[in-house]
Design a protein around this ligand. Structure first.
Ligand code: ADP
Ligand code: MG
Length: 288
């Protein structure tokens, strides 16, 4: 597998200045972060508010450039003016608020806006619109007004809009933060589908533990640093470390942990309801 993202000592400082331009303060939002993402992987980045996730995400899309360190997106070096467009074409970005990402008054036009903007021929635009909307389960809404959709549907339209640009990689910065549980589930499923079926590399930023359990790899950030990384199972085994960084394990993992403390012989590192149900069923069968 080739490297989609490689960061070495990536650092970003926000510099605050007063009216005369004198430096008032420096905020190190990303602090010597190493990141390795292979092509086709599904990676999650977890972290409490202010831990530097959005700042990191903006580097992956060349909205910011590194203060220090190096960053390559699909082999293209970030921080160089001449590479900005190329990086944006490689890595698409989905933001938290779906309302800010809607441009047109009809869903299919909204999705076609990006490709049209970069001069894709009309018949190919429509092919892309169809494929993208189908891949996020929103094809039947193509003639609808985006404003009348639910949050989760809007967000899936936004993802289709990014897909229509055919990026190799999609970075989603807390795409579910403003959605209800159903909308969250649909969005996360749609993103997994793009990853599985289209091989799109995914960087999912979230603070919902439940959303990262199916990732290939998880990075946990706090105060600009990567404080924990590993497979979801490796990461969620370290409940104490997560707590120290103001994060929790998934609810079902927590419950299994408490039951184990109370003497119920459940296996370690249960991550999903299915695993929990299976473990309980087995206990029950053995007890009879
Ligand atoms: P997260 O997305 O994890 O909530 P951010 O990347 O938004 O974290 O912020 C990381 C840190 O950088 C925070 O302390 C935040 O206050 C600071 N920060 C974010 N954006 C700016 C900015 N434009 N100017 C100055 N400081 C900023
Ligand atoms: Mg953020």
């Amino acid at each position: 597998m080739t490297n989609m993202i490689e960061a070495r000592g990536l650092t970003h400082e926000y510099i605050q200045r007063d009216e005369e331009g004198n430096v008032q303060g420096i905020q190190t939002a990303v602090d010597h972060v190493d990141l390795d993402v292979k092509s086709g992987q599904f990676i999650s980045i977890l972290g409490h508010n202010g831990s530097g996730k959005s700042t990191l995400a903006k580097h992956l899309n060349a909205l910011l450039s590194p203060t220090e360190g190096t960053l390559y997106i699909d082999g293209i070096e970030a921080g160089k003016e001449e590479n900005i467009l190329n990086i944006r074409r490689t890595a698409g970005m989905v933001f938290q608020n779906p309302d800010n990402q809607i441009i047109a008054s009809v869903v299919e036009e909204d999705v076609g806006f990006g490709p049209e903007n970069i001069g894709i021929p009309t018949d190919e635009i429509w092919q892309r619109v169809e494929k993208s909307l189908k891949s996020v389960g929103m094809w039947e809404y193509r003639k609808h007004s985006p404003n009348k959709l639910s949050g989760g549907q809007k967000q899936r339209v936004a993802i289709a809009g990014v897909m229509a640009m055919q990026p190799k990689c999609i970075v989603l910065d807390e795409p579910t933060a403003m959605l209800d549980p159903d909308g969250r589930k649909d969005v996360i499923e749609a993103v997994h589908e793009l990853n599985r079926k289209k091989g799109v590399t995914i960087i999912l930023i979230t603070h919902y533990m439940e959303e990262v359990v199916d990732s290939d790899y998880v990075y946990v950030m706090d105060k600009g640093n990567v404080v924990l990384k590993g497979t979801p199972r490796e990461v969620f085994k370290q409940a104490d470390v997560l707590k120290a960084h103001r994060l929790d394990v998934p609810q079902v993992t927590e419950l299994a942990y408490e039951l184990r403390q109370a003497g119920v012989p459940l296996p370690e590192s249960i991550l999903t309801r299915e695993e929990f149900r299976e473990a309980m069923r087995e206990l029950w069968a053995n007890a009879k």
